[in-house]
Design a protein around this ligand. Structure first.
Ligand code: ADP
Ligand code: MG
Length: 397
């Protein structure tokens, strides 16, 4: 998929009004931004447009806003944070439409940013409403989408509004381009051996990525809660472990596909099991085919950790999604942290995608030793699964 880039924009000059859709869905508490990662990720695109004198109307969603103004989900604190990060005043407008926006844009100097209030304060955003899209786009001649995290949603600011800008007047921003390049390298002709690590709680939320990885990788390492469903499909006892009986047919299908394609699908050989995640009194290592009826799996075991690490050491490409255990509890984090370190130590091209997996990479302190840490949880999984992403299709058309 080739998308228009910032360099492909035509007619850009001092005072050009550019609507820029960002993913500024940052955690905010009592008016303070707790984590600036997403705001920082938006800077390259903003700086590029500012350097060309654009008047930027930046927009985003935040939190669980649902069609009406809700002060808990205001973007006002993010405007202050962006001002500090850019070392330039970012003006805030308390709506994303009509008079207030027009006024703020007309007062904004060339090369500056106006941040508009949460798009989801209007029901038209999630509804992909053409009227809302039209009003949102009206003050602008150009459009840039840098909200990779929202690329899998057909919402007005990333879909309906895009068609209102002609070719040469719409483009993907820097972050979007970087995400597509890194994830594209994984799914299109990855350098072999390509090793995929898939974990997390459930098979049911990962059927697309699982199938896609078995189609592309040479080795697929499976851990986390979902491994139990595979073990059950092989006829093993899984005790009180998290398991999805209705996903057993999917697990079987994935294992058969792997066999047909000569892919090494590796399940845990041993597991760390416990009587309770929250207040464990028993924690034991057991063979994966001999789980204990009254215990549940909370992490992969030491033999599995060593095996996964040695496979990762020989990989030329790695994609990882999904923790190997309940890593939120320190005692059950070893497998997940070991995989994070395995990626960091791997000389090949390494990519991590997914909400909790990315958290684990930061927890392990190895984010800067991994080639690409995706900012888009759901979007990166859909892309890797080869699914249709409405925002990308809209930019491309
Ligand atoms: P991601 O967000 O990276 O895609 P998921 O949302 O699929 O990952 O899964 C993450 C969650 O899976 C974590 O909160 C973790 O606690 C849970 N998990 C991992 N292994 C197990 C397990 N054996 N039993 C229960 N939950 C697990
Ligand atoms: Mg998750």
């Amino acid at each position: 998929m080739t998308l228009p880039r910032l360099e492909d924009l035509t007619g850009l000059g001092p005072g050009t009004r550019v609507l820029v859709r960002l993913d500024l869905n940052v955690p905010v508490k009592d008016g303070t931004v707790l984590d600036l990662t997403r705001a920082e990720a938006a800077l390259p695109t903003l700086r590029w447009l500012m350097a060309r004198g654009a008047v930027i109307g930046a927009c985003s969603h935040l939190g669980k806003a649902n069609g009406e103004p809700d002060p808990r989900y205001s973007l006002a604190p993010v405007a202050a944070a962006l001002s500090r990060l850019l070392d330039a005043q970012v003006r805030f407008v308390d709506d994303c439409l009509d008079g207030p926006v027009e006024e703020a844009l007309s007062l904004a100097p060339a090369g500056s940013v106006v941040l508009m209030e949460n798009l989801r304060f209007h029901p038209g955003e999630k509804a992909n409403d053409p009227g809302f899209a039209n009003d949102l786009a009206a003050p602008f001649s150009h459009y840039v989408n840098d909200a990779f995290g929202t690329a899998h949603r057909a919402h007005a600011s990333v879909e309906a509004a895009v068609a209102l800008f002609e070719h040469g007047r719409r483009a993907a921003g820097r972050l979007m381009a970087a995400e597509l390049e890194a994830l594209g390298r994984v799914i299109h002709d990855p350098e072999q051996p390509f090793v995929a690590v898939v974990g997390g709680a459930k098979v049911s939320t990962k059927t697309g990525p699982l199938r896609s990885m078995v189609e592309r990788a040479r080795t697929v390492l499976i851990g986390g809660g979902m491994a139990n469903t595979f073990l059950l499909a092989q006829g093993h006892e899984v005790g009180r472990s998290l398991v999805e009986e209705d996903m057993v047919p999917v697990a079987r299908e994935v294992m058969e596909l792997a066999k047909e394609r000569g892919v090494d699908l590796v399940l845990p050989q041993d597991l760390l099991v416990t009587d309770s995640i929250d207040s464990p009194s028993r924690v034991e290592t057991v063979s994966a085919d001999e789980q204990v009826p009254e215990l549940l799996a909370a992490d992969i075991g030491p033999v599995t950790i060593e095996r996964f690490k040695s496979v990762l050491a020989g990989a030329r490409t790695v994609f990882w999604n999904g923790p190997m255990g309940v890593f939120e509890v320190e005692r059950f984090a070893r497998g997940t942290l070991a995989v994070a370190e395995g990626l960091a130590a791997c000389p090949g091209f390494t990519v991590v995608g997914g909400g909790e997996s990315v958290m684990a990479v930061h927890q392990a302190g190895v984010a800067d030793r991994i080639d690409h840490v995706s900012t888009g949880g759901g979007a990166s999984l859909k892309l890797v699964a080869g699914e249709h992403l409405p925002a990308l299709a809209a930019l491309e058309e």
